[in-house]
Design a protein around this ligand. Structure first.
Ligand SMILES: [Fe+2]
Ligand SMILES: [Fe+2]
Length: 318
């Protein structure tokens, strides 16, 4: 990881943004010091009622997922080679990434608070549970696996925020569309950084990467909010309902999972990596044929959505 660390500065230069000039949550929200504040909030609350219940569930679930950031930071901090004390390039990236991610939960939380249609207390309880429950996506301290997981997840969050932006725009909510669009752009930039980290690893250790990639995909990329629960409910139940909702609405589906997997195979040119050992070859074979298999299973197994009323959403929405 030391040799890799030395190759990072140009990547960081390309994929991190300038804190002083970058967007901040307050750029996208009404200013409480302004005389127009109350009018702006009234308008926001009117537009909130125009959005569907399912869109709200998805938005709230996405916000809770963003707000469990401490768990995600802990994963990457744990990866071999991230030196918080010595402040190497990996830890520099990690701190900047964490700061940028922090804006996502921050702006969405403030938006939801002002919208008037969210039961904030219930949402906060879910967030607390999610952080307290923690979650192990199976990366251990392996940086290869960490960066495969984060490459995948950053694209997945780009997809879901981008679609939420589109649906918000369709409902006439330009402000929310802009918020989700800004977040989606951050996620894509992050995805490109992690994808580049893996490209650098591939140049140095194609065998190790292939085995790690195959291992992660065999296990399956589990969503970070997998244990999401509502107050008084068992672990993971809310997540099932939330992902059913996102699937039905088309914000994030099993087909997106397969598309992201295929995209990573192409990004890393897995089909044409040379110089692999027998074990590496076997891993490549497995990693390449899996997307078609997942697609076949997804097409066959379509479970009906169970009705569920989330405690997060106020009764004002039907
Ligand atoms: Fe994010
Ligand atoms: Fe991100």
């Amino acid at each position: 990881m030391k040799a890799l660390d030395a190759k990072l500065p140009p990547v960081l230069e390309k994929y991190t943004s300038n804190i002083e000039t970058n967007w901040q949550p307050t750029d996208l929200l009404p200013d409480p010091a302004s005389p127009d504040f109350h009018e702006a909030v009234r308008e926001m609350q009117g537009l909130a009622l125009e959005m569907s219940y399912d869109l709200w569930v998805t938005l709230i679930g996405d916000t809770i997922t963003e707000e469990a950031l401490p768990t995600y930071e802990a994963w990457v901090i744990n990866a071999e080679g991230v030196d918080q004390i010595g402040k190497n390039n990996w830890s520099k990236w990690l701190r900047t990434w964490t700061g940028e991610e922090n804006r996502h939960g921050d702006v969405l939380n403030k938006y939801l608070y002002l919208s008037g249609v969210v039961n904030m207390k219930e949402m906060e309880v879910t967030t607390q549970h999610l952080i307290a429950d923690g979650f192990d996506p199976g990366m251990g301290d392996d940086p290869y696996k960490n960066f495969v997981y984060t490459s995948f997840q950053e694209i997945a969050t780009n997809v879901s925020h981008r679609r939420t932006a589109t649906f918000s725009k369709q409902s006439g909510n330009i402000q929310l569309a802009k918020i989700c669009g800004m977040i989606a752009a951050d996620e894509m930039r992050h995805a490109n950084a992690y994808i580049t980290f893996i490209k650098l690893i591939l140049e140095m250790d194609p065998d190790g990467l292939m085995i790690a990639f195959n291992d992660m995909m065999r296990r399956g990329i589990t969503m970070p909010a997998h244990f999401m629960r509502e107050s008084g409910s068992p672990q993971g139940v809310a997540f099932e309902h939330f992902s059913d909702c996102a699937q039905e609405l088309g914000v994030y589906t099993t087909h997106d999972y397969v598309d992201i997997y295929d995209r990573l195979l192409k990004e890393w040119d897995i089909a044409n990596i040379s110089g692999l050992s027998a074990e590496g070859e076997k891993a490549r074979e497995q990693v390449m044929k899996r997307p078609a298999l997942i697609k076949r299973i997804a097409d066959r197994v379509k479970k009906p959505r169970e009705p569920h009323r989330f405690k997060w959403v106020s009764d004002k929405l039907s």
